[in-house]
Design a protein. Structure first.
Length: 652
């Protein structure tokens, strides 16, 4: 069996930064090289200088990095700051009347909120939290629709030193209950409901169910009126948001906290096992959020930035609730589904609000690509100047469609690799300085020591697959798993004598130093002694002009070790009968031609959709269970469409 992971994807197209874009970019090739040189010369000092220059400190720090208790690294330990101050107060004098948030609800309602107005609302809600017994260090669960009040709640918690934990509004009441109990939450902030896909998501009802057994520490529930439908309110516990803020002052002195004070917990969305509460710090998290908004998104003062992620995910934390506000940007928030009432909703929002920077997930891109070019071509997308992707590797054909149809070949695409655990972008292009290769997240950012290594921790040769690791600590890294330091060490530092952060992804690095993510380590297929990354097989399938989307998993095989099972969504009607048989042969032959016979899927199943959470993530554990004809034991209540499971099982 080969020691390394075999790379079978070939992609040779290169796109240089457009000259007009590069001329105005925050980071030029020369500046990028200077940043890299500075980070190489003094790693801790590089981050310390950035933190001093970009963050307002109430008490300046003198220690950049404390490695005395590795891998529990600590940054800027003796400094004090407040994140809400850095996102709001420091802008009031220079851009108080600038729009901070442009909100659009699924039903078409809109709001524009200036920095001055946002500051006042955050202060009022922070005072309401204190009035209801919440203080520094208390945990607050936020289970809300994608409205400005979600950001207000997050900022208000940060303002008073409370530790927030946002639970995605698509999660079930049981998932919510697990997170409430693990965090030891004192309060839940929720809403009567949310608008999603033309329906109401019953958030208050799910909250009541989560709290029904009484085995929790929640004292108060604050409820936003969003949908206006009737919900049960429990006397003494439940308070309407409007009532909570009524009469509250619009000024609230921030709680100055240590740089290592926990800012938030974010639970990873694994389908089995105990929830894993990723704990992020205050100072370290904020500096990476700030510089990545500057470097990767090139956000400038007149930009309108739109990250489509829900605040229930790390992307919505770093690139909705904190990063853009910390640099004084104008950003868009949208409440609903990307295809409601039709597949043009994203493009209409870009048109109506003059969006210049658009950041979304490959799953959304592929779903919208499947609907054809006519829909986006009917909207004015001329204000767009930069596109981005997040969440998983983007296959080259979707990248090209995004580039040509949405960006009209003038917009660089920043394909960003990072994780809940990393807090911010780690490997990504700087759009004015980095050439682009479709499907590659390009190169590590300055100050990020990424590498691809074998099982002994040695760097692998160019174009050989291996483990993606980070060799030096960085400020926005997770600090621990809430209440479980040993699990933190066992999960993220289990190899290489605990010296390197194990990302859990397989990757290769090409001859230009560009990184290509090949899939999760546990998604690596072991086929006849060859270790193949699932993402590369998926990319080959999606390169076929009749395929809109594909997901590949392994199935136990007595001869090969593992057989390749592909779940495929076709453009147009789902093939059945003889048409399906013909399509299966066509796709198997196609993959063999594209990347070699070893990668030919043994089993191809067609469906109208893949099992995705409402955030767009494919539930691969579920697909593995289906491929192996195992009983479905995972919680499927978070799926966008549960009916696809039966279809993939051949029952519908």
């Amino acid at each position: 069996m080969s020691k390394n992971i075999d790379s079978i994807l070939q992609e040779n197209r290169v796109f240089e930064p457009p000259a007009e874009f590069a001329q105005k970019a925050r980071v030029t090739p020369d500046k990028l090289q200077a940043l890299r040189d500075a980070a190489e010369a003094d790693h801790a000092g590089f981050w310390g200088d950035l933190a001093r220059n970009e963050i307002d400190w109430q008490t300046p720090f003198t220690v950049s990095l404390d490695e005395s208790n590795a891998p529990h690294y600590r940054w800027f330990t003796d400094g004090k700051l407040n994140v809400s101050w850095n996102c709001l107060d420091r802008h009031l004098e220079t851009r108080g009347d600038k729009t901070a948030l442009i909100f659009e609800g699924e039903q078409g309602d809109t709001r524009h909120i200036t920095y001055r107005e946002l500051h006042a609302e955050v202060c009022q809600f922070a005072n309401a939290l204190k009035d209801n017994g919440v203080g520094k260090g208390d945990r607050v669960i936020i289970y809300m629709p994608m409205t400005p009040e979600a950001v207000i709640a997050m900022q208000a918690c940060a303002r008073i030193g409370a530790i927030h934990s946002v639970v995605f509004g698509g999660f079930s009441s049981q998932a919510l209950a697990d997170r409430i109990k693990d965090a030891g939450a004192k309060m839940v902030i929720t809403a009567d409901g949310a608008h999603r896909g033309g329906k109401i998501v019953e958030l208050k009802q799910a909250t009541d169910e989560a709290l029904s057994d009484g085995e929790h520490s929640v004292e108060k529930v604050i409820v936003l009126r969003r949908t206006g439908h009737d919900v049960a309110m429990r006397d003494g516990r439940d308070i309407w948001w409007d009532d909570a803020v009524s009469g509250m002052a619009d000024q609230c002195e921030p709680e100055w906290v240590d740089a290592e004070h926990p800012l938030f917990l974010l639970y990873t969305s694994g389908s089995t096992g105990k929830p894993k509460g990723i704990q992020h710090s205050t100072g370290g998290y904020l500096i990476n959020a700030i510089v990545t908004c500057q470097w990767v998104f090139d956000i400038q003062d007149d930009d309108v930035f739109w990250c489509t992620a829900d605040v229930g995910w790390i992307t919505g934390h770093t690139y909705v609730a904190f990063g853009p506000l910390a640099i004084g940007a104008t950003e868009v928030m949208y409440e609903g589904a990307p295809t409601w009432p039709d597949g043009g909703r994203f493009w209409k929002i870009c048109q109506d609000h003059a969006v210049t920077i658009f950041y979304t997930a490959p799953t959304a891109i592929r779903a919208l690509m499947r609907l054809g070019d006519d829909i986006p071509n009917s909207y004015d997308l001329s204000k767009l100047r930069l596109l981005g992707t997040v969440g998983e590797p983007i296959n080259p054909e979707a990248w090209i469609w995004y580039h040509e149809v949405i960006g009209k070949e003038r917009c660089p695409i920043v394909d960003t690799w990072w994780q809940t655990e990393t807090g911010a972008h780690m490997i990504a292009p700087l759009p004015g300085a980095t050439p682009l290769k479709p499907g590659s997240c390009t190169q590590p950012l300055p100050g990020i020591a990424a590498d691809v290594v074998d099982e002994q921790g040695n760097s692998v040769p160019d174009n050989a697959g291996g483990y993606l690791v980070i060799k030096k600590p960085w400020p926005s890294m997770l600090r621990t798993i809430w209440g479980d330091d040993q699990r933190y060490i066992d999960t993220y530092w289990p190899m290489f004598d605990g010296k390197y952060y194990l990302a859990g992804d397989s990757a290769r690095r090409d001859e230009d130093g560009f990184f290509w993510i090949m899939g999760r380590i546990d998604d690596v297929l072991n086929v006849s002694g060859h270790r193949l990354g699932t993402m590369e097989v998926e990319s080959a399938l999606v390169a076929h002009d009749k395929v809109a989307e594909a997901a590949v998993v392994g199935r136990k095989d007595d001869i090969k070790g593992e057989a390749i099972v592909a779940f495929v969504i076709c453009k147009g009607e789902r093939p059945v009968g003889d048409a399906a048989d013909a399509m299966i042969k066509e796709l198997r032959d196609w993959v063999a031609r594209e990347i070699g016979p070893i990668a030919k899927p043994d089993d191809i199943r067609f469906a109208d959709g893949l099992p995705k959470t409402r955030s767009g993530k494919i539930m691969r554990r579920l697909l593995r269970a289906i491929a192996n004809n195992e009983e479905i034991t995972q919680d499927t209540s978070t799926l966008e469409n549960e009916a696809v499971v039966e279809q993939l099982q051949g029952k519908a």
